[in-house]
Design a protein around this ligand. Structure first.
Ligand code: UD1
Ligand code: CA
Length: 474
């Protein structure tokens, strides 16, 4: 491409007032990644020698995110002079004084821009010996964008911001995408000439282009064919539009990779998710964070899954799951709530209206109905009866319970932690287990049952129950 060093300046210092948010605009997420993360990932992929995010608004929050996720980036702080031109000037100050390569400028609020487009732009820039190469787009609705003004012959003349444009200029459909390649040295000197004589009294980067032309340098403006790549996000309506498009593209890529997605419009898959071939995703499913799903598994309808690992041939229906593991062939739901630390073994089952937390449930073990399993270790091939509560909290601290393998616990048990139930033990229905149970024992503490003869006939005379009881006696 070029043997000179390459720099990318990513503009992210603006307030993003149109978002109407206490969170900086570039920290709003798209497919689980902040807008700034998308822009910095692309800049990093380009393999530039310098990746320079320029920040100011809520700088500490942004700096923390950048340092944690893009350690190689060199943060530049914009001073109090506003505008994209000033932001770039502050970014250039981070470069070594002998830097003489091209400088790519992108925006923190243009998340779908891809590395191929940037590479092509840098290549054209170098081949044609341009001082500036500007990416543009032809839009049906150019509202809000800077317009590309060309001569009658079609040569680039300048960029006019929407708010500074005349009525005639507002009719121009070619817009500035906010993505540029500049000659570093020429950019520096051209920026020094830019003033703030515009409706926002800001130092516009866009004014550099006309300045370079005036001083006899070549400036080229080229349109992309896929406008989504340069869609800028200024408000939450645009955020939703771009989110839907990115999501569709991610679903499309997964479908081409062998995943069945019944309804891509109601399926949301974040960037960090990984799906194997022959996974099936049913409608209304949100796969988030670092979720991984193995071959042959079916997830949905209506599952929310965050940072969860699912094995092969598992089934998850209508459930909410976070930071959990689901083994091969296991089944979850409908209506299960798996909280962090749930680890369901192969062929295990977490059934309907079951909540789990920090619970390791061994291979082939089942918690089929209406239970809470918290801070528990359950062995293999055990069955937990319907309506069981692991009472893990004594009002002050949490305690754990251990259930062995091949255990059968009765319906409606309470396990008052800490307790241990040994391998092959049973518990009777309705047992409140307060003491540990040894292997093979049956635990029961049910009060003896008394049946009072003819109680209903005597105490509830005239009721349908009494009548039915009388009839049954005759
Ligand atoms: C900008 C362009 C416009 C283009 C559009 C494409 C200018 C003057 N206008 O307009 O021609 O069509 O992008 O999306 O450049 N920023 C700073 N410091 C500042 C101001 C902004 O770093 O002082 C950053 C913002 O955080 C943002 C980016 O620069 O990431 C663009 O700023 P924004 O205010 O969104 O510019 P637009 O009005 O969209
Ligand atoms: Ca913008």
């Amino acid at each position: 491409m070029t043997d000179k060093q390459l720099a990318v300046v990513v503009l992210a210092a603006g307030e993003g007032t149109r978002m109407k948010s206490s969170k900086p605009k570039v920290m709003h997420e798209l497919a689980g990644v902040p807008l700034l993360g998308h822009a910095l990932a692309t800049a990093t992929e380009l393999g530039a020698d310098f990746v320079i995010p320029v920040i100011r608004h809520q700088r500490d929050l942004l700096a923390a995110y950048i340092t944690q996720n893009f350690a190689a980036a060199q943060i530049a702080d914009q001073d109090s002079i506003p505008g994209t031109g000033r932001a770039v000037e502050c970014g250039l100050a981070e470069l070594p004084s002998n830097f003489n390569g091209p400088v790519v400028v992108t925006s923190g609020d243009v998340p779908l821009l891809d590395v191929e487009t940037l590479q092509a732009l840098v290549e054209i820039h170098s081949e044609n010996g341009n001082a500036a190469t500007i990416l543009t787009a032809i839009m049906d609705d150019p509202t809000g964008y800077g317009r590309i003004v060309r001569s009658a012959e079609g040569a680039f003349e300048r960029i006019v911001e929407h708010r500074d444009a005349s009525d005639d200029q507002l009719d121009i459909l070619e817009v500035n995408a906010g993505v540029y390649v500049f000659d570093g040295a020429l950019l520096r000197s051209a920026l020094a000439e830019v003033g703030t004589n515009n409706s926002q009294a800001e130092k516009y980067l866009t004014d550099v282009a006309a300045g370079l032309l005036t001083s006899g340098h070549s400036v080229e403006a080229l349109a992309v064919t896929d406008n989504w790549l340069v869609a800028g996000i200024n408000d939450r309506v645009q955020l939703a539009e771009v989110a839907a498009e990115l999501n569709y593209r991610l679903c499309e890529a997964w479908m081409r990779a062998g995943v069945t997605i019944l309804d891509p419009n109601s399926t949301w898959i974040e960037l960090g998710v990984q799906l194997a071939e022959d996974v099936t995703i049913l409608p209304g499913t949100h796969l988030r964070g670092t979720t991984v799903i193995g071959r042959g598994s079916t997830v949905g309808p209506e599952v929310v899954m965050v940072d969860t690992v699912v094995g092969e041939n598992a089934t998850v229906v209508k459930s909410h799951i976070s930071s959990s593991k689901i083994g091969d062939g296991a089944s979850v739901g409908p209506f299960a709530y798996l909280r962090p630390g749930t680890d369901l073994g192969a062929d295990g089952k977490i059934g309907t209206f079951v909540e789990t937390k920090n619970a390791k449930i061994g291979a082939g073990s089942k918690v089929p109905h209406l239970s809470y399993v918290g801070d528990a270790l359950i062995g293999e091939h055990s069955n937990i009866g319907a309506g069981t509560i692991f009472a893990n909290y004594d009002g002050v601290s949490k305690h754990s319970s251990t259930i062995g393998s091949h255990v059968r616990t009765g319906s409606h048990n309470v396990f008052v932690a800490p307790i241990t139930i040994g391998d092959g033990a049973y518990t009777a229905a309705g047992t409140v287990v307060r003491r540990s149970v040894n292997p093979g024992e049956l635990a029961m503490n049910v009060a003896p049952q008394r049946n009072l003869a003819d109680w209903v006939i005597a105490k509830r005379p005239g009721t349908q129950a009494a009548e039915a009881a009388q009839k049954a006696k005759n």
